[in-house]
Design a protein around this ligand. Structure first.
Ligand code: TXA
Ligand code: MG
Length: 341
């Protein structure tokens, strides 16, 4: 049986204490962060973290991010090896930001998926921070979704997938960002972005000199290729319905979409400004085309909403891949399995 804790209006410390105890005793708790909801377990326990892989149906070779609530906790689980890592930690913790560090022995192999490294993140969400403090252990947590599906950003969507499969769920309302954290790794002195997020390339360039975006962020990973971030190999963020990503100028996108909807039973996910020009009432809006924050925040819930309509096809309007737009396009290109027109 899953216990539900409603913290949408007040951060009731008693309830968080109970959830912390569940984590410390080896259970699974779904909790909000500022990016997406996480499905958390005691990061120091092999047995507890194994349960996460089972609940999500996650591939064994895809490592988990370890969530901490203060700087001292970082040193217990990982080694900060150079000045660049130190600078990044000082600048972006707490933030929607994950850094891959060399792991210490205390982190079980289930968490690191056999790698010598571990992803460390200090969330800024208050409930998440309080939960880690109450658990008194670091919390390993991937996004709360069945593997391959869009990440959970509201508890209602998450309940559909995990009711009865975890010990507790904390409802903290809709998350504020809606896309997972930026993941970086310092490789030979270069801060390499493995997964783009709300902390953008431009933000990171203000802190360190050499920044690169991994070619796997927008490119397709070949199945046998070794990748820095194993998560990039897998089908991701995808509804069950087939999806197509539409790119180009506003006019080009509208023309392409109007052509497709004549041929197939289609749901369109697009921007407010194009609602009238697109000839369908099956239109789901992500918000205004220049409001990337709003688009990020709506993306995963709207994908799930579109998926429920049993259409043949979902067509999705793309954005320019820069700033926060890079993170949006990184998710959308995987949602659409690289089917871009
Ligand atoms: O915003 C977030 O990061 C959310 C919330 C819950 O904190 N978590 C999240 O976790 O998105 P997950 O497991 O869905 O995505 C973690 C990504 C995966 O692509 C994984 O392969 C990569 O980070 N990753 C984790 N540990 C790694 C490591 N040691 N080396 C390289 N990549 C790693
Ligand atoms: Mg995920």
């Amino acid at each position: 049986m899953t216990k539900y804790y409603d913290l949408t209006t007040i951060n009731d410390i008693k309830k968080i204490e109970q959830c912390g105890e569940i984590i410390r005793n080896g259970g699974l708790v779904i909790f909000p962060t500022e990016t997406v909801y996480g499905i958390g377990a005691n990061a120091l326990s092999e047995e507890a973290t194994k349960k996460i892989f089972k609940a999500k149906g996650r591939a064994q070779d895809n490592p988990l991010i370890v969530h901490i609530s203060n700087y001292d906790m970082i040193k217990k689980v990982a080694t900060i090896s150079n000045e660049i890592e130190k600078k990044l930690i000082n600048a972006f913790m707490p933030r929607p930001f994950t850094i891959i560090l060399s792991k210490k022995e205390i982190i079980p192999n289930t968490v690191s998926a056999g790698l010598e490294t571990v992803g460390i993140r200090m969330p800024s969400n208050e409930i998440a921070r309080m939960l880690i403090e109450q658990a008194k252990v670091p919390i390993a947590a991937p996004s709360a979704n069945i593997s391959g599906r869009p990440s959970g950003t509201i508890l209602q969507d998450i309940k559909e997938e995990f009711d009865g499969k975890v010990d507790a769920m904390i409802d903290g309302g809709k998350v504020t960002i809606g896309l997972e954290s930026t993941v970086v790794k310092v490789i030979n002195g270069v801060t390499t972005i493995l997964r783009p997020g709300k902390v953008t390339v431009e933000d990171i360039k203000k802190v360190v000199e050499h920044v690169e975006v991994s070619e796997n962020v927008m490119g397709k990973v070949k199945s046998k290729e070794k990748v820095e971030s194993p998560g990039m190999k897998y089908r991701h963020y995808a509804p069950k319905t087939k999806c197509v990503l539409v790119c180009g100028s506003d006019e080009e996108k509208v023309t392409k979409i109007n052509k497709i909807i004549k041929e197939k039973f289609t749901i369109v996910i697009g921007f407010d400004e194009h609602k009238n020009a697109i000839n369908t009432h099956r239109f789901i809006s992500l918000g205004k085309k220049d409001n990337l924050e709003e688009i990020s925040n709506n993306l995963f819930t709207k994908l799930r909403e579109a998926d429920k309509q049993m259409a043949e096809l979902i067509v999705i309007e793309g954005v320019e891949a820069k700033g926060l737009g890079l993170a949006i396009m990184n998710r959308l290109i995987r949602t659409c399995e690289y089917d871009v027109i």
